[in-house]
Design a protein around this ligand. Structure first.
Ligand code: ADP
Ligand code: MG
Length: 693
């Protein structure tokens, strides 16, 4: 139950005077449906009306507030002309200019002979001072804000109307019980919540909009604390409610696979395997994230985890985001599985009819040990005999709740390992995956050559093609990626087809094309030809972004590189440098090159450390985009900017841990206040995991 103290803030915006269905809708698009949403809609700018010159000194272009006498009204003779009101002070004259004016209103607001205070932007026209559409017209003694917050607006919603609604909502903010630790609050010199939110809406100077003011820091901290508390509560719940099972392997399959591997595991891989095995063997359920850059060797780690499940008598599932990747996993793991005597099978959307039926039967009978596939693995009619572990590969777009449904597939409680190739910055991992444990695979397997990365403008395309020609003559294999932007998929596809045609014309028949609109069989055929070397240049749309493993490929050309995100480019680059050959990546941009795109390309040229790139990406794009829109709901902080408030996040996490260790069900007075905090920031889902207070 929502605490009573919050009732006023959770009222619909329609409850405000002057807000009807039309305004309610507009307000909902910029802020949200409730008064609290208005309160959390912080200003993005400030208008300073404190400049009060005499007319003779009034500077053009500035917002000025001047006291004037109304001289006369000049109504337009034709409709297209503006209505003008002439005013003076004892130094000079100014014309107030109104297009589409209502004469009645003007006569009332600006009666001839009266004194008025007007505020707005000063302009000069034909050497005369003008003020088109003053923001304020007031009689002496009437209120006019000297400093006015500016809010993000939408078509049809004026700053005045929104400002008024926000002011009215702020009046409803009650004095909240304090949820911060008193000593911590004192040390930081942070105001109480109600004061902080009001102050945040009353900027006087640009500096007051900075995320580092005490009031904005406090609000950011509140939001992060709510986030961390909620994640910890959810995680505790998952572990407690679903007593896991002990999946303890005996190592007999593992030893066979290790013997069959062409390489030895790196220290990082061994450590990750050990963490995972310990987690699986413990009686609590595993919810673990395996973070590792492209090519860091996650697949074998995942396979060893799956083997541990099989050794313990259960089955495993490995889910990949695309069919290509699923097939590739199957191909890569088949020899290892054979060496261990383990039965693998593949299930994607393409398996149909009788073969699919047979496969499902074998799965239900437990004849299949490990099932690999796309999300088809989790269709309703797929039943495992005894699913012990689910591994989700390359999938950074899952939310907490989706992860929970995924685990429901096992008849028993299923352990979950999520692998992500997007190296998520520590701060972000904390907020997005705070409900999971994290293993990190730092570094890369030995024997890899660094990839030379060059950034070129498209007028060098001719050189690029020549370089390809000589490399191909020496037997090199290369990718050529054309961007695919969803809005104009057809156009982009045409561009890729066109490019393939041109390259075939210049470089000969060893050029192939793959794109997302191809039938899977055709696509696989093209990929297979590239793998065998029958094709040596593969023109592709971003379908190859995830996962493709052709160790012989040593050149990656990305056309329109400025259109790609950092993480995406990093992933693409990771497609080369997989074998022992020296590899290069050519990022070709087409002018004009914006500042952000420039920074992105420079970052890639200067480093290939995925974690460094991810931190940079966070700065350039913000968290929502970084994890993909589907998850951004979870990460859309309204007060906090985790690119700036990383230190507050760390503090909030420690704080949350301490709070829950002392008061696990939030029953103390401070705990009560923290419940209010959780509701205030929409973390209700966590409150239901508290035992009734
Ligand atoms: P990713 O983390 O991107 O999924 P993969 O698991 O596909 O990386 O591994 C990339 C390549 O590195 C594969 O060809 C794999 O066989 C190889 N590899 C993995 N671990 C090692 C290792 N310890 N030593 C050498 N090569 C390795
Ligand atoms: Mg992989």
């Amino acid at each position: 139950m929502r605490p009573a103290i919050l009732f006023p803030l959770f009222a619909d915006t329609r409850s405000l005077a002057g807000v009807g269905p039309r305004l309610e809708k507009l307000i909902a698009t910029v802020a949200g449906p409730r008064l609290k949403d208005l309160v959390f809609d912080l200003p993005v700018g400030v208008i300073d009306r404190s400049y009060r010159p005499k007319l003779i000194q009034a500077q053009e272009g500035r917002i000025a507030t001047v006291t004037v006498n109304v001289l006369d009204h000049l109504a337009p003779r034709v409709k297209s002309q503006p209505y003008r009101v002439r005013c003076t002070d004892d130094t000079s004259a100014i014309e107030l200019v109104f297009f589409h004016a209502h004469p009645d209103w003007l006569n009332k607001a600006l009666p001839i002979g009266s004194q008025r205070i007007i505020s707005g932007r000063i302009e000069r026209f034909n050497n005369r001072l003008q003020m088109p559409h003053p923001d304020y017209v007031a009689a002496p003694g009437e209120d006019m804000p000297l400093h006015e917050p500016v809010y993000g607006l939408t078509e049809g919603l004026s700053g005045k109307v929104l400002g008024k609604a926000i002011r009215a909502s702020l009046e409803k903010v009650p004095a909240m019980p304090e949820w911060l630790d008193p000593a911590f609050q004192k040390q930081r010199r942070w105001p109480p919540f109600a004061d902080a939110i009001k102050k945040a809406h009353a900027p006087v100077h640009e500096d007051d909009l900075a995320p580092t003011t005490p009031e904005r820091q406090r609000l950011a901290y509140d939001e992060l604390l709510a986030n961390q508390l909620a994640l910890m509560l959810i995680r505790k719940q998952m572990r407690a409610a679903n007593k896991g099972r002990e999946l303890k392997g005996d190592g007999r399959l593992k030893s066979k696979v290790l013997a069959a591997l062409q390489f030895t595991l790196t220290d990082a891989q061994q450590q990750a395997v050990a963490e995972i095995e310990a987690d699986m063997a413990s009686p609590t359920r595993m919810l673990r994230l395996l973070q590792g850059d492209v090519g860091s060797g996650k697949t074998v780690v995942a396979f060893l985890a799956l083997l541990a499940a099989v050794e313990a008598g259960a089955q495993g599932a490995l889910m990949a985001p695309t069919e290509i990747l699923s097939r590739q996993h199957l191909a890569a793991l088949e020899p290892l599985a054979t060496a261990a005597g383990v039965k693998l099978a593949l299930l994607t959307g393409r398996e149909k009819g009788a073969p699919r039926e047979a496969l499902l039967q074998a799965l239900a009978d437990g004849e299949i040990d490990i099932l690999i596939g796309t999300h088809a693995l989790f269709s309703d009619d797929v039943a495992f005999k005894d699913l012990g572990l689910v591994v989700v590969d390359e999938q950074h777009r899952f939310g907490v709740h989706q992860r929970m449904t995924l685990q429901g597939k096992g008849a028993h409680v299923t352990d979950v390992l999520v692998m992500t190739a997007t190296p998520i910055p520590r701060t972000l991992a904390l907020t997005a995956y705070g409900d999971m444990d994290v293993s990190r695979l730092l570094g890369r397997p030995p024997g890899r050559q660094p990839i030379e990365t060059r950034v070129l403008s498209s007028d060098r395309l001719g050189d690029v093609v020549e370089r390809l020609r000589s490399a191909m003559a020496k037997g090199a294999r290369a990718y050529w990626v054309c961007p695919l932007v969803e809005e104009s998929e057809k156009v982009d596809l045409a561009a890729a087809e066109e490019r393939a045609k041109e390259l075939t014309a210049t470089l000969g028949p060893k050029v192939g094309l793959v794109h997302g609109k191809m039938k899977p069989a055709e696509r696989d055929a093209a990929m297979a030809k590239f793998k065998t070397g029958e094709i040596s240049l593969l023109v592709a749309t971003t379908v190859i972004e995830v996962g493709v493993d052709v160790p012989e490929a040593t050149i990656m050309v990305v056309e329109h590189a400025e259109r790609f995100g950092l993480a995406q480019l990093h992933q693409l680059r990771g497609r080369v440098g997989r074998g022992s050959g020296k590899s290069s990546c050519l990022l070709v941009w087409v002018p004009p090159l914006g500042e952000t795109a420039k920074a992105r390309l420079a970052c890639l040229r200067d480093t290939d450390d995925g974690f460094v790139i991810a931190e940079e990406d966070l700065k350039l794009r913000g968290p929502g985009e970084l994890l993909g829109t589907r998850q951004s709901g979870q990460l859309e902080f309204r007060m906090a900017d985790i690119a700036v408030h990383g230190d507050l996040l760390a503090a909030a996490r420690d704080d949350a841990g301490l709070i829950l260790s002392r008061d696990p069900d939030l029953k103390s007075p401070r705990g009560e206040a923290l419940r209010v905090l959780l509701y205030l920031f929409g973390r209700d889902e966590a409150v239901k995991y508290l035992r009734a207070g």
